[in-house]
Write a new protein. Structure first.
Length: 464
């Protein structure tokens, strides 16, 4: 209702009040008696009281008390007190805006808790369940009424007996202000065993006292089962690899021993230095088979070890590798060019030694005897500032571009049945090297430089 209506009501009351005073003033008899004067004043006050009561009842007492600007009574008050009207309207608008924001937040959290694929529970300081999200019905198969009826320890009651200590520990840690995350088994209402992971955090009152705990529980059954399958598969593969490799060692040693006996028996009758001699073929094949067995064992053992990273200087690693390979380098006429100031990296000394030793061994196997070769090692900044890049390149027999994708696949030659030296740039040596680097948090990639050079790029974590 507008201000004009409020002013009209006030003016109407003042008009009748003025008419009454004039009529009473025209009669001297009214004012000659004090008793009649008091009675007139009392009647006027009583009439005013009735009018106010009627206005309050007609326009709702709640609206009057709340000072709603739309009621006639509040319009009268605002007419008499204009500052109160402005302050009340600003306060009302502010309260309305805050209420809308609060309603939006409440609706948002209701949608979140009702539709998120997780169980959200709240327990008070006494352990009583005060809230449980609807997803609990999906995860456990129990109705919400049954969950509330079972009290504050529903998940503890349906969990595996060996995992119930996690719930006790979570409550104790929450009481002292610590969060706790744990994984446990529980039994679905249908009878199947499932896995869940919970994170429980404490909540505090305005005085800083522990008031309740909030727990978010996720279904991790599929993740746990997949992880168990992967672990079982890896264990079976590891057992099979060790079984095959160790069983191959015995006949390999027999072949090498018989070849040595044959050499001794024939003596000087045959020239063994000739590469076309059968004994030379046997010795070369036995050496290659021994190398393959050792590589398979190394490849199988990598997944079972976790390196302890420390700050290491690549200069010392390069010196150790070159010292070990010095006789081979001289025999193969291979030289190695090192960077002037190799950076420091995070790694494990034994594994870094194996990484660069395997790469150098790969280039030596791909090198054609009788022609000198230079292996260039350089360092540069990586695109990611957390890493450094080490490039090792040489003019070894080149990989075909279509074979780059399978360079690090185990036991994959360039062509099926190929005996080319470029097959040395494939197989378990580079595969195990790549796994070693990945365990150190780095990467290994292959690329081609020009028409003759092959480059292997190692990215390692930069030391702080």
């Amino acid at each position: 209702m507008s201000k004009r209506v409020g002013r009209g009501l006030l003016h109407r009351w003042l008009f009748f009040f003025t008419c009454g005073v004039i009529a009473a003033g025209m009669n001297e008899f009214f004012w000659s008696s004090p008793t009649i004067r008091l009675v007139s004043i009392g009647v006027g006050l009583f009439s005013l009281t009735l009018w106010l009561a009627d206005s309050l009842l007609a326009h709702r007492l709640e609206a009057f008390l709340a000072l709603q600007p739309s009621t006639p009574t509040s319009q009268v008050l605002f007419l008499l007190f204009p500052r109160a009207e402005k302050a009340t309207r600003e306060l009302s608008a502010r309260l309305s805006s805050q209420q809308e924001k609060l309603d939006t937040v409440i609706r948002r959290y209701e949608l979140l808790t009702e539709h998120v694929a997780a169980v959200i529970t709240i327990h008070d300081a006494q352990g009583t369940l005060t809230y449980c999200s609807p997803y609990a019905e999906v995860l456990t198969g129990f109705a919400l009424d049954d969950i509330y009826a079972k009290g504050g320890h529903f998940f503890e009651n349906i969990s595996h007996p060996e995992d119930r200590d996690y719930f006790v520990r979570a409550r104790r840690l929450n009481e002292i202000g610590e969060a706790f995350q744990y994984r446990f088994r529980f039994r679905h209402k249908a009878g199947m065993e499932m896995w869940a992971e919970s994170r429980s955090v404490p909540l505090f009152s305005s005085t800083g006292e522990f008031s309740s705990s909030l727990t978010v529980t996720l279904d991790v059954t599929r993740t746990v089962r997949y992880q168990q399958q992967v672990e079982d598969t890896n264990r079976d593969l590891e057992d099979f690899t060790f079984l095959v490799s160790n069983n191959m060692k015995e006949p390999l040693f027999t072949i090498q021993g018989m070849n040595s006996l044959l050499r001794e028996e024939l003596g000087e009758k045959v020239t063994f230095s000739s590469p076309e001699h059968p004994c030379s073929y046997i010795a070369t094949a036995a050496a290659q088979l021994e190398l393959l067995v050792n590589q398979v064992l190394e490849y199988a053992q990598l997944s079972a070890t976790d390196p302890k990273l420390s700050r290491l200087s690549l200069a010392s690693i390069f010196d150790e590798v070159l010292s070990d390979f010095q006789p081979k380098l001289l025999a193969e006429e291979v030289s190695v060019s090192l960077p002037s100031s190799p950076p420091a990296v995070l790694g494990e000394r034994r594994q870094l030694h194996a990484v660069f030793g395997n790469i150098l061994e790969t280039y030596l196997r791909a090198h054609s005897k009788g022609s000198p070769m230079t292996v260039e090692i350089s360092s540069s900044e990586s695109a990611d500032p957390r890493f450094v890049q080490i490039d090792i390149s040489a003019e070894a027999e080149r990989i075909r571009p279509e074979d780059l994708a399978s360079t690090f696949r185990p036991f994959r030659g360039r062509d099926s049945g190929s005996r080319s030296r470029s097959a040395a740039l494939n197989g378990p040596t580079l595969t195990s090297t790549k796994k070693l680097i990945e365990k150190l948090g780095g990467t290994l990639s292959a690329s081609l430089e020009g028409d003759t050079r092959t480059k292997l790029s190692v990215q390692l974590r930069k030391a702080p």
